[in-house]
Design a protein around this ligand. Structure first.
Ligand code: SF4
Length: 263
């Protein structure tokens, strides 16, 4: 416990330093839910507010890197995350209504998709997926991957999503090659099984790298896909809140989308 407190003190010192060098609003803290976070989302949100952050992105565990390796110790049923997420979202809406501007990032992205015609630039929630076409990762050794998650898979010796290497391949080979065409042709929700007929399809996105990591192929199997279950549950919850047509909640949502204070 003492170590944890000490680590947090060090974190706060380094956060202060980063803000001094980069600017107050240039530092964000990426939250990842482990089983130890469940039941404590309100405390986590309070801590973000106390530290002067104006947003949080409540993320469930992704099947890559350390999270995949340590799954036995830190994983939990997705339903537990969804329950905690809904509670935390209510709490965050309340914080905003009491006068503190504080955004939940995942809801903000989905609300932009549902309530506006504009793209968000969030590559996991678009069709075709943004892998390799909206963003790529150049690793220190010249390897080029379709996404950071693909790079993380490579650290576990799975190089399936490597597009090439800057020392060995031309731009044309990597960005107009057969491999990237193959990935993108498997990354459109309009033609993926189940997604093609799903009511949430216009707001959702394909994630071939995650499907591959979680289910062994780029198309994936929707009925057992954790990412699909999460998107469905969160979208359904947001649509229920929109359907209430509560002016207070609507104001909070629009303040997040337009990045302006509550009217
Ligand atoms: S919610 Fe699931 S089935 Fe529907 S579009 Fe998203 S991933 Fe596909």
């Amino acid at each position: 416990m003492q170590d944890t407190e000490h680590n947090h003190e060090i974190f706060e010192e380094k956060l202060k330093l980063c803000r001094e060098v980069l600017g107050q609003d240039s530092v964000s803290a990426l939250m990842t839910t482990t089983c130890y976070s469940l039941g404590r989302f309100k405390e986590i949100v309070d801590e973000y507010v106390r530290l002067g952050f104006n947003s949080i992105f409540l993320r469930s565990l992704n099947p890559y890197g350390f999270a995949k390796r340590d799954k036995q110790k830190i994983a939990y049923p997705l339903a537990d995350f969804i329950e905690n997420y809904k509670e935390a979202l209510d709490y965050i809406i309340d914080i905003n209504l009491k006068g503190t501007v504080f955004v939940e990032g995942y809801a903000e992205l989905l609300l932009s998709r549902v309530l506006t015609p504009f793209a968000t630039g969030f590559v996991d929630l678009q069709s075709p997926a943004g892998v390799g076409i909206s963003g790529v990762i150049y690793d220190y050794n010249g390897n080029v991957y379709v996404s950071d998650e693909a790079r993380m898979m490579a650290t576990a010796n799975n190089h399936y999503f490597k597009m090439g290497n800057v020392n060995e391949n031309t731009y044309q080979e990597m960005f107009n090659g057969e491999f990237l065409h193959h990935v993108i042709s498997n990354a459109c929700t309009e033609c993926l099984p189940i997604c093609a007929e799903c009511a949430y399809q216009p707001f959702c996105g394909a994630d071939p790298v995650r499907n591959f990591s979680e289910q062994g192929d780029m198309v994936g199997h929707r009925p057992t896909n954790e990412s699909c279950k999460k998107n469905k549950a969160v979208l359904q919850h947001l649509l229920e809140l929109i359907k209430k047509n509560d002016p207070k909640i609507n104001n909070v949502f629009w303040s997040w989308i337009t990045k302006q204070s509550i009217q």
